[in-house]
Ligand binder design. Structure first.
Ligand SMILES: [Zn+2]
Length: 250
């Protein structure tokens, strides 16, 4: 009997430890910061109608689905925001500190002046010389509540050194599942894993990735982004990637 209790205690200890990780999901933008916008004009009974899609809204169902699936796997999951509200990049990092997040996952939608650009990208924090990536950074780095950019650059350098190996690994794990379950199945363009200097990742000071689900500026991508089946497949892929990364880390 006693050995049974010891065995049970050990079992629960192992089970609890197995999922003792805390993951912070960060739906990008919010409130005054709409992120990328897609305007669609169409006609109803000859009358012109306009519909707007905002990145800040579109990222929320992804965060909720990923949260739900991670919780099923007994991870502790927090969201930096679950509503449409303005929240600075610093505040997002503060939340990461407060909840003692092990991983930081920022969720975004891409956009380009050309409607031709499309596809799935997974970013981790690192220095690079990619001109195309610099454009994505410009958009995603909006939202700092002030402060000295040079100081931030130094912080970024130190954080890159500390987190780059784990973050890249996490990005590769997530993107592996995205390519298997999302990119092939939904015929998305694979824009691969990329390095980017995203302040929200640097400020969070922990391993993390920034997901660019697809391009709002591309009609084919937008249709998929809005499709609940695509959202579900995407969320499953991200969760499998996180799960694989954390299991391999042990
Ligand atoms: Zn964004």
């Amino acid at each position: 009997m006693r050995s049974g209790i010891i065995f049970l205690s050990l079992f629960f200890l192992i089970v609890l430890q197995a999922n003792a990780y805390t993951i912070l999901l960060d739906p990008g933008h919010g409130g005054e910061d709409r992120g990328a916008t897609r305007k669609i004009t169409y006609k109803v009974n000859g009358k012109k109608r306009v519909k707007y899609y905002f990145e800040k809204d579109l990222v929320l169902p992804y965060a909720r689905k990923i949260q739900e699936k991670l919780r099923k796997k007994k991870y502790t999951v927090h969201l930096t925001r679950s509503l449409d509200r303005t929240i600075s990049l610093e505040k997002r990092a503060e939340i990461a500190e407060k909840v003692k997040a092990d991983l930081f996952i920022s969720i975004h939608m891409n956009s380009n002046f050309s409607s031709v650009s499309k596809g799935v990208e997974t970013y981790y924090l690192d220095n690079h010389n990619d001109v195309a990536v610099k454009k994505v950074e410009e958009v995603e780095n909006v939202g700092l509540a002030g402060g000295d950019l040079i100081v931030r650059q130094i912080i970024t350098d130190l954080i890159v050194e500390r987190t780059v190996k784990n973050s890249k690994n996490l990005a590769l794990n997530i993107h592996y599942h995205l390519s298997k379950r999302v990119i092939k199945k939904f015929k998305m363009k694979d824009r691969k894993v990329r390095a980017g200097l995203f302040y929200v990742l640097a400020l969070s000071k922990r391993p993390g990735v920034l997901l660019e689900v697809g391009f709002l500026s591309n009609s084919s991508d937008l249709k998929k982004i809005l499709d609940p089946r695509f959202q579900d497949a995407y969320a499953t892929a991200v969760v499998r990637g996180i799960d694989d990364y954390l299991k391999n880390k042990k």
